[in-house]
Write a protein that binds this ligand. Structure first.
Ligand code: SF4
Length: 360
């Protein structure tokens, strides 16, 4: 059931969020904050991509014996309503996040921009699509009423600047911001938002604050933003997954160092070659899209040229076919999340040198 929500417009609140992504390049003037005793927060919201770093944040909270009913997992579905338009994301990501939340006994909710990546990519002389989120078995719609009518029809730029790398701004950050600003359960109180960036991932992330005032704070709602694993090494991340015997997102088994979108704009030539290898129809859809838009994801090369320069990173082994099937069909259940014998996946410690490293 889809409901329109009365408090839909951010401007209805006394202190609207400071971010307007049409205008903002990066987090503006982040304000340092102090972390309180974790048990003093009414709710701890973990923004989870399903990747190893946000998973580590959740496991760390459990190690600290934070009651599970104080924690909620929020996942921003890149392609819009879960499972509706398979375009940018790994098909297994949403089922994985849902299965993980169930296995952990932690409430898990999805939120998205209507029609997701494809809807924003093809935007023509209109405002960006509405934001929607799950609430109590319903889907709540936050209509987009502000902003100019404009045309996108360009892939996100491979840049730090969120005005041109619009995917992160429009499909992740702005979605979460609008949900937090308008969600009926989070209007009054003290909340902690956790994200999983790490300093060693990039020069940009190395500069992030550990704890800052979240831009969705207002007088009645204190929101603190904690990058829980910002100082952690990749080894420490894998260690905590091993300690809890967690089956990592299938992309890692296919040799990917990060669980980003399947066909992230920052994918390396090898990763494009891998996509062409395991999901040629997906790859070809992107190639067609480049032709239709007369715009390439890379500044210099077409996707085909990029993939031609790379080599599939798919590990060779008897289990690879099963990882591919799982990643593309997404039939993962809570019972699959804990494994008896934990093994480091092929994508671990392979992140060096990817072009995305300078961008996030
Ligand atoms: S993972 Fe890549 S393509 Fe997906 S939102 Fe982030 S930068 Fe954009």
């Amino acid at each position: 059931m889809v409901m329109m929500f009365n408090m839909e417009d951010d401007m209805m609140f006394t202190q609207p969020c400071l971010y307007k992504y049409e205008e903002v390049e990066q987090a503006v003037n982040p304000k340092r904050a102090e972390l309180s005793d974790l048990l003093t927060y009414d709710k701890i919201i973990i923004s989870s991509s399903g990747g190893k770093d946000s998973t580590a944040c959740i496991l760390y909270l459990l190690d600290l014996e934070i009651p599970r009913d104080r924690i909620i997992i929020w996942h921003q579905s890149i392609d819009g309503y879960p499972g509706e338009i398979p375009f940018a994301d790994w098909p297994v990501t949403e089922p994985y996040v849902k299965a993980f939340g169930k296995a952990m006994g932690i409430q898990t909710e999805f939120q998205w921009r209507k029609n997701g990546f494809l809807g924003e990519l093809m935007r023509e002389n209109r405002r960006t699509n509405d934001v929607q989120f799950e609430y109590g078995g319903n889907v709540i719609t936050l209509p987009t009423r502000n902003g100019k009518l404009s045309t996108r029809r360009k892939f996100p730029a491979k840049a730090v600047d969120l005005r041109t790398r619009w995917c992160t701004a429009y499909l992740k950050i702005d979605v979460m911001r609008r949900v937090l600003n308008n969600h009926p359960d989070y209007q009054v109180g003290k909340y902690l938002v956790i994200t999983g960036e790490r300093r060693e991932e990039s020069a940009n992330r190395a500069r992030y604050l550990n704890v800052e005032k979240h831009p969705c704070s207002k007088i009645a709602r204190e929101v603190t933003w904690w990058r829980t694993v910002i100082e952690w090494s990749e080894q420490e991340i894998w260690d905590i997954l091993e300690k809890h015997r967690i089956f990592p997102h299938p992309a890692y088994w296919l040799g990917f160092s990060r669980t980003s979108c399947f066909g992230c704009i920052f994918s390396t030539a090898d990763q494009w070659a891998t996509m062409r290898d395991i999901a040629p129809e997906r790859f070809n859809a992107r190639v067609e899209m480049e032709r239709e838009l007369r715009h390439t994801i890379d500044n210099k090369l077409t996707l085909t040229q990029l993939a031609d320069k790379g080599n599939s990173i798919l590990p060779r082994g008897i289990e690879t076919g099963e990882w591919v099937r799982l990643a593309l069909e997404g039939d993962i259940e809570p019972g699959d999340i804990f494994v008896d014998k934990w093994v480091l996946p092929a994508g671990a410690f392979t992140g060096g040198g990817g072009p995305w490293q300078d961008a996030f």
